[in-house]
Design a protein around this ligand. Structure first.
Ligand SMILES: [Zn+2]
Length: 493
């Protein structure tokens, strides 16, 4: 048998402990067919040969936590967060108007005039002219109000004057621009294209509202370019139970994993449940569920065959989730997950390890907020901040590690670099361990280790060519050069 695709002459970092490294890999159809000498022998007249010349081949990245559909929607809409005055805002609207049909909407978000050089908003005529008479809604960063064109006001039947409207005048405009299923399908396509550029081929998607429907519709229309394993929110639990939907329902493209719960909020908004007060405000955050409720939800999901993933950022939330897991009788076979797990006492890390709890963590958070003077330090002071995201401690204590991005921002190489270059030894992982957490580790967290996440014959041919061997250092210089999804090249730099 001849290979369709053959990679030669480079480190193949398999993530398979039985054979961690090879120098060649052959693909037939959508599967990995062979490694090493056996792969080289499969070269035929029609084989596409990729000479790695020292570039590294790794498994397609598995992002263990993101919101693929809303991320795609954000990509499609006009991001005005970096605008610094009304002139820049109007210029972006003018540019977008050129690509928008006359009857279409221009929808933007995240402008914040308090950060502008000059906080003067555009006049109605200026915004109307920039939009070329189109309907346009630009949400302010707080999403309680926005800038609108005359055409948009008319379409929504809002009588008050623009261009800035808020609350009761603003809500009908938001309803009018709510994405249709077809818009969400386009969002999935946009997110998939970006994912391919970054080497992401699988992702665990937190699904609310119509996300699950959008992923399926996208798949039917050939717009889904990432294998999506889904967690649904608490409000969907009883529907899933009623249908008898269990973990594993679906296929390699859209699959149900289970239930996503929230135990607390975030450090950024000081709503993460912590043991000692925040440094920059009063309070210790808040647990979301009352006594007994979290335990009951975990128990019910587990009994009904759904995997459980619970968001816990503060140490008090982590403790609470582990109590719930213990009461529900969680064992390593459940692969119950804590999402984020930014703070946890040593004793709780050990309890988590004993139950085989997967630490589904986001190394990019360390990159974004973990430096001296960063958000973590402002909220908690350095002594506590330096004890967040202790990936090395989790790993050494025996927790299975799964890396994801929470799309803040999407991008495994940035996450891997953030873990490798983290400020504290307790947070820092070697590059091979970090790659493992973003491939095989994340696949394990979604019960998909026999399909994706490592390079073994028989597994799906989801592959990434990196511009250099990441083990050589200088991770900032490593790029994704090629992404293969099910044996097909979906991105080439
Ligand atoms: Zn999230």
């Amino acid at each position: 048998m001849h290979a369709d695709l053959l990679f030669l002459d480079g480190p193949v970092l398999t993530q398979d402990p039985a054979r961690p490294e090879s120098d060649a890999l052959a693909v037939v159809g959508d599967r990995i067919a062979a490694l090493g000498a056996e792969a080289r022998a499969m070269r035929g007249p029609a084989t596409r040969v990729v000479d790695l010349r020292g570039r590294a081949l790794v498994p397609g990245f598995v992002d263990a936590h993101n919101h693929l559909v809303s991320y795609g929607l954000r990509l499609m809409r006009l991001d005005l967060s970096r605008v610094e005055d009304k002139g820049e805002l109007l210029a972006m609207v003018t540019e977008r108007a050129r690509m928008t049909p006359a009857e279409g909407w221009i929808v933007g978000h995240s402008w914040d005039e308090t950060r502008w050089r000059d906080p003067v908003l555009p006049a109605q005529e200026e915004l109307d002219a920039a939009a070329g008479g189109r309907r346009c809604l630009l949400a302010r960063v707080d999403r309680h109000g926005g800038l609108v064109t005359t055409a948009a006001l008319r379409a929504a039947g809002v009588a008050s004057k623009g261009p800035f409207v808020a609350e009761a005048d603003y809500d009908p405009l938001v309803k009018l621009t709510a994405p249709t299923l077809q818009t969400l399908v386009k969002a999935v396509a946009a997110a998939s294209r970006r994912a391919h550029e970054l080497g992401v081929t699988s992702s665990h998607v937190m699904c609310g509202g119509e996300d699950f429907a959008a992923l399926q519709a996208a798949r039917d229309q050939g717009a889904l370019g990432v294998r999506a394993s889904c967690f649904v929110y608490e409000e969907h639990l009883e529907h899933a139970v009623e249908l008898g939907a269990r973990r594993g329902l679906g296929d390699a493209w859209v699959r149900l994993l289970g239930l996503k719960l929230f135990a607390d909020g975030s450090l950024g908004s000081r709503s993460a449940a912590i043991s000692f007060p925040y440094q920059d405000a009063a309070g210790i955050g808040q647990l979301i569920h009352g006594e007994g409720r979290l335990e009951a939800l975990v128990k019910r999901a587990r009994e009904k065959g759904l995997q459980v993933a619970v968001h816990a950022i503060g140490d008090r939330a982590a403790k609470r989730v582990l109590d719930a897991f213990e009461l529900a009788g969680v064992t390593p076979a459940d692969r119950a997950r804590i999402e984020h797990l930014e703070m946890a006492e040593d004793h709780d890390v050990s309890r988590a390890a004993a139950m085989g709890v997967v630490a589904s963590v986001q190394p990019n958070f360390t990159g974004e907020w973990g430096h001296k003077g960063g958000m973590y330090e402002r909220r908690l002071g350095w002594e506590r901040a330096r004890r967040l995201n202790r990936f090395a401690v989790y790993h050494e204590t025996g927790l299975p590690l799964a890396f994801g991005s929470d799309d803040m921002p999407l991008g495994p190489l940035y996450g891997i670099r953030s873990a490798v270059e983290a400020p504290e030894p307790s947070q820092r992982l070697g590059v091979e361990k970090a790659i493992h957490a973003y491939t095989a580790g994340a696949a394990f967290a979604g019960f998909a280790e026999d399909e994706v996440g490592s390079l073994r014959p028989g597994l799906l041919a989801d592959l990434v060519v990196l511009s250099r061997d990441p083990r050589a250092g200088d991770l900032g210089g490593v790029r994704v050069e090629m992404t293969i999804l099910g044996g097909r090249a979906v991105f080439e730099a």
